[in-house]
Design a protein around this ligand. Structure first.
Ligand code: HEM
Length: 450
């Protein structure tokens, strides 16, 4: 990329002679990266086994890798190769022509106007959950809010994207996905992943979990085919592309890969983000009161959630502190230079929204939960791309509008009726995997608003 690139090596922890920082990363990935950024600065070099990686932690460097210099930073990375075992070749895992073709095909389904047609679906599905919550509140029982959000956002995503009712399968998918994500992260962290030799070497639990999800995906596709009904949702667009007689036709495999990718990416990230929001708000009575007032002024059957302004600020702040996609990986195609340091061709570059969102140069009291950071005035004062929960550049999240629409409606509807409270005595811990999950769930009780 940069023919005159410097050969100066970026500073970074040395780690062990053999494995470099790999075992430290396996023990405490976020701890290693954040302490290293504090000690060595905005470009840090790591060796993890045979892999050389650079963490870049400054808005300008992030723009360079993900936006202006994106041509030189592709997705032929270790994480993508592991995700491919589940999602195949899809938007999440591809580059170049194939990625462009899929993005063009899928993008129209994610326009704001298209999505707003689905507000009644969001409202109905959330109301069904809240009805059950009334019983939980009356019985003074507990819920696991992570599990509740996983199932809710899954049902909503299946309806919005594929017009599919998956009430009965939501629990199975939740369990299977947890197994898949944990196994994917384990394979990413290990030096010797036997499944690279053959998919037959995947652990039995992983294979079974994938089969469970696959059977739901194939049923969604088959049901629509058999019903013969044509809708203008994403599934119809994908099926039309599958049946088209052109060079851009989607193969059977591409169709399956697209559906599974959107179903999984379309709910898990939003669910984790919502669960973190409930946790943060439960620790902050003032924010909760403002949220409740915002929610009381909002009619849930409105097609737009534009008036839930404060609720939007709270969600933005929650995904600043706990961005579901906490780390983004790219591979440098050619030699380059970032911040005066050499980035060798073939090496890994890491961007962490989690670290960037807590960078002390751009965020005062970075660990504090404060939705006022997202007033319009505050937002314009911050450097562009100091805040990237949905990424930036050509691979920016396609589901950004959908996530915000769903999250605002769900939060608005919940805080109109309830105040979720954390069950005391729990250790709250972020579990960094491919996404930022909650170690051990999050138990809450529900208090009905008077
Ligand atoms: C709070 C919720 C969400 C967060 C925080 C989030 C975050 C992200 C981020 C950071 C990326 C960029 C990754 C990269 O540059 O490598 C991304 C990409 C992507 N997201 Fe999301 N996402 C969310 C919700 C969704 C939803 C609702 C969908 C779909 C229905 C979705 C589908 C995708 C897809 C397909 C990509 C790959 C796009 C491409 O490479 O062209 N995400 N997401």
């Amino acid at each position: 990329m940069n023919a005159q690139a410097t050969r100066v090596k970026a500073p970074g922890p040395r780690g062990d002679f053999l494995l470099g920082c790999l075992s430290h990363f396996q023990r405490d990935a976020i701890g290693l990266l954040s302490r290293s950024a504090q000690e060595y600065g905005d470009v840090v070099r790591f060796r993890m086994g045979p892999v050389v990686a650079h963490l870049v932690n400054h808005p300008q460097h992030v723009e360079h890798v993900l936006l202006h210099g994106a041509e030189n930073y592709d997705k032929q990375t270790r994480s993508v190769s592991k995700i491919r075992a589940t999602c195949g070749d899809s938007l999440l895992t591809s580059d170049g022509e194939m990625w462009r073709r899929h993005r063009q095909l899928i993008q129209p389904a994610f326009r704001q106007e298209t999505l707003e047609r689905f507000v009644p679906v969001i409202t109905e599905t959330t109301n069904a959950m809240l009805k059950n919550w009334q019983n939980v509140a009356r019985g003074r029982a507990e819920i696991n809010i992570v599990s509740e959000m996983m199932q809710l956002t899954l049902k909503i995503a299946a309806q919005i994207l594929f017009g599919a009712d998956i009430q009965d399968e939501a629990e199975v998918i939740e369990r299977s996905l947890a197994i898949i994500l944990r196994d994917t992260w384990r394979r990413l962290e290990t030096l010797f992943d036997t499944s690279v030799v053959s998919p037959a070497f995947h652990r039995r639990r992983f294979r079974r979990a994938l089969q469970e999800i696959d059977s739901v995906v194939y049923r969604i596709i088959e049901n629509r085919r058999q019903s013969g009904s044509s809708s203008d949702d994403l599934l119809s667009m994908l099926l039309d592309a599958h049946e088209a007689d052109s060079a851009t036709r989607l193969s059977d495999r591409e169709l399956r890969d697209a559906v599974i990718t959107l179903l999984l990416a379309g709910h898990e990230t939003t669910a984790n983000a919502l669960a973190w929001t409930f946790y943060l708000v439960s620790q902050s009575p003032d924010v909760e009161e403002l949220l409740r007032r915002d929610a009381l002024g909002f009619e849930s059957d409105q097609t737009s959630s534009a008036d839930l302004h404060y609720t939007g600020m709270v969600f933005s702040e929650a995904i600043r502190l706990y961005p579901s996609v906490w780390i983004i990986e790219r591979r440098a195609v050619a030699d380059d230079e970032i911040g005066g340091y050499h980035i060798p061709a073939g090496s890994t570059v890491l961007v962490s929204p989690y670290l960037l969102h807590r960078h002390p140069e751009f965020w005062g009291n970075p660990d504090e939960f404060d939705p006022e950071r997202f007033t319009p005035d505050q937002c314009v004062m911050r450097p562009r791309n100091a805040y990237i929960p949905f990424g930036v550049g050509p691979h920016q999240c396609i589901g950004k509008n959908m996530a915000s629409l769903v999250a605002k409606h769900v939060l608005g509807m919940v805080y109109r009726q309830f105040r979720p409270r954390l069950v005391p005595g729990q250790t709250i811990k972020a579990e960094p995997q491919i996404t930022l999950r909650h170690a051990g769930g999050l138990r809450m009780t529900l208090h009905v608003n008077q």
